[in-house]
Design a protein around this ligand. Structure first.
Ligand code: ATP
Ligand code: ZN
Ligand code: MG
Ligand code: MG
Ligand code: MG
Length: 503
């Protein structure tokens, strides 16, 4: 069977509508041929399948497929019907009531588990059809709630087909093989040598002088070899991200399992908190249950992807044409993700350091800037870090973070992951994604309403350089001893600093 909408509802009239029955009959017959088919392919559209007048109610049942959905059909009828009844019978339409609303979605695979979807009162799985019952009113119809529910369900059904989370992945380019200088896990070796220690929080490390210098050298290389020659300007992006940003960036669609949430106090008044401070001072336990009562709802979370908060700076602006391509970067603070299970080394952490590079301009400018960055990265990985690495086309990061898979439908939009082998994982070991370069299409300029003076559509791109990931790759392939590091790198790094000693 096909996708089907069925709505039973009524137009509430200002007076008994029975005298107008014949006119209504005429109107509905005409509507079935005209406004309920307008815009739909031949043979598609909505149909009024049943109706009657019951005092000051015109009851009506509409069925449709995907085109001119039943709820749109009902809304489409309101104005012309009101016009007809007003002119000839002095009867007004006061509102729309919905008695029942069902969406039947064909799907062989029905393994969706227990779902709690707003406005959905019942989900019935039967004979390759998933039937949803909705409890909605006129304002939900106007706000397109049924369409959003359908999209949500279709996404869930599509996700069943590709097994949940298999992201798109294809190799685009691969470097030559490099003989590794090292075969151990660099995190373990760094712990042995006192370069790093675990921080007090989950997935967090304290980087000693040696690793701090390594990170700063990576940053210096990125800035001097790439960002300065290409004309990027440094900015500082916020690191506490409120919901408003994530609604516009799309993250609000799916990033919840990995967010570090932020809740502000309900009051700044020390008296309000006295109970908590007194409790701590007497017991030396932090009363987290009491604190929970005294903090507000989460206002958002800690920085997750680095570029979204930057867009508030451009939001609602029109930018002179000669400013493009506009090129900026940020490395002003940490990013935070609640990563899944187990203990990882520095390659997967809950608190990490990243340089975020953002550019925007016309389609052509954004595409050619992406190529310029890729050339510089190639130079850095080949000529300075001497890595074995590859580039892979993957599901765009912004889609992945909305919980989607596959690729963008827009040509030239996509994410390239940079990946490298970690010799300690063995010849067949999984390669590590250590950064990406992404063309995000018009998503951000559109989402944040940014315009060019020229009127040309604006596009943007971004690239995230994960310093923990660069370090994981570089140290896994080259080891911790600077005598095994490439000369071009040592030249920029200088001397390995003495660490801090413990007795
Ligand atoms: P992964 O597939 O390894 O989970 P990701 O695809 O979720 O990474 P992105 O959202 O693409 O990561 O973030 C861009 C970059 O940020 C990554 O290429 C990586 O360099 C860095 N990064 C992301 N998550 C982490 C993490 N948990 N620890 C360290 N660096 C990270
Ligand atoms: Zn970004
Ligand atoms: Mg991830
Ligand atoms: Mg990624
Ligand atoms: Mg990834």
């Amino acid at each position: 069977m096909e996708l089907k909408f069925n709505i039973k509802g009524s137009f509430k009239t200002s007076d008994d509508a029975s005298p107008a029955t014949e006119a209504i009959d005429e109107f509905i017959n005409e509507a079935n041929e005209t406004i309920l088919k307008k815009g739909a392919p031949e043979g598609e559209g909505a149909n009024v399948v049943d109706w009657n007048v019951d005092g000051s109610k015109i009851n009506i049942t509409i069925e449709s497929g995907r085109y001119v959905r039943a709820h749109d059909a009902l809304l489409r009828m309101r104005k012309p019907l009101a016009k007809k009844l007003g002119k000839d019978y002095r009867i007004g339409i006061r509102g729309i009531e919905i008695d029942s609303f069902n969406i039947s979605i064909p799907s062989e695979n029905q393994d969706l588990g227990e779902l709690k979807i707003p406005y959905v009162t019942d989900i019935d799985y039967n004979d390759s059809v998933i039937k949803l019952s909705l409890d909605v009113g006129e304002s939900e119809l106007q706000n397109r709630v049924p369409d959003r529910i359908l999209t949500l369900m279709e996404d869930k059904i599509a996700a069943l087909r590709y097994g949940g989370k298999a992201e798109h992945w294809e190799v685009l380019w691969q470097s030559g093989k490099k003989e590794p200088k090292f075969f151990d896990d660099p995190t373990k070796e760094m712990m042995n040598r006192g370069w790093i220690k675990r921080g007090a929080s989950r997935g967090q490390w304290i980087h000693g002088p040696q690793l701090a210098k390594l990170f700063r050298t990576f940053e210096k290389i990125v800035i001097e070899e790439m960002l300065e020659p290409l004309g990027y300007k440094e900015m500082m992006f916020p690191k506490l991200i409120p919901w408003d940003v994530w609604k516009k960036s799309g993250h609000a669609k799916g990033v919840y399992p990995e967010i570090y949430y932020v809740c502000p106090p309900k009051s700044r008044d020390p008296e309000y908190w006295e109970e908590v401070t007194d409790y701590y001072n007497v017991t030396h336990e932090v009363p987290t249950e009491k604190i929970k009562e005294k903090i507000g709802e989460p206002i958002g979370g800690l920085c997750y992807a680095q570029c979204p908060p930057f867009w508030i700076y451009l939001q609602g602006e029109t930018i002179p044409t000669n400013e493009f391509p506009l090129k900026v970067f940020d490395h002003s603070g940490t990013s935070h993700r609640y990563e899944s299970g187990g203990i990882h080394g520095i390659e997967r952490v809950d608190e990490f350091h990243r340089i975020e590079i953002v550019w925007l301009g016309t389609h052509d400018q954004v595409v050619s800037e992406s190529k310029a960055l890729q050339d510089k990265y190639r130079h850095i990985f080949d000529d300075i870090l001497d890595l074995e690495w590859r580039k892979a086309g993957v599901t765009p990061w912004f889609m992945a973070q909305e919980g989607l898979t596959g690729t963008s439908e827009q040509t030239d939009v996509g994410t390239i992951d940079y990946e490298a082998p970690l010799p300690y994982r063995g010849d067949d070991g999984e390669w590590l994604e250590f950064q990406n370069v992404s063309i995000n299409g018009n998503k951000y300029p559109k989402g944040f309403n940014v315009k060019s003076q020229s009127g040309d559509e604006l596009w943007s791109g971004c690239s995230g350089v994960g310093l923990e990931r660069w370090a994981s790759v570089f140290l896994a392939q080259k080891g911790l001893d600077p005598e095994n590091w490439p000369d071009e790198f040592v030249k920029r790094f200088g001397e390995l600093p003495e660490g801090i000693h413990f007795l």
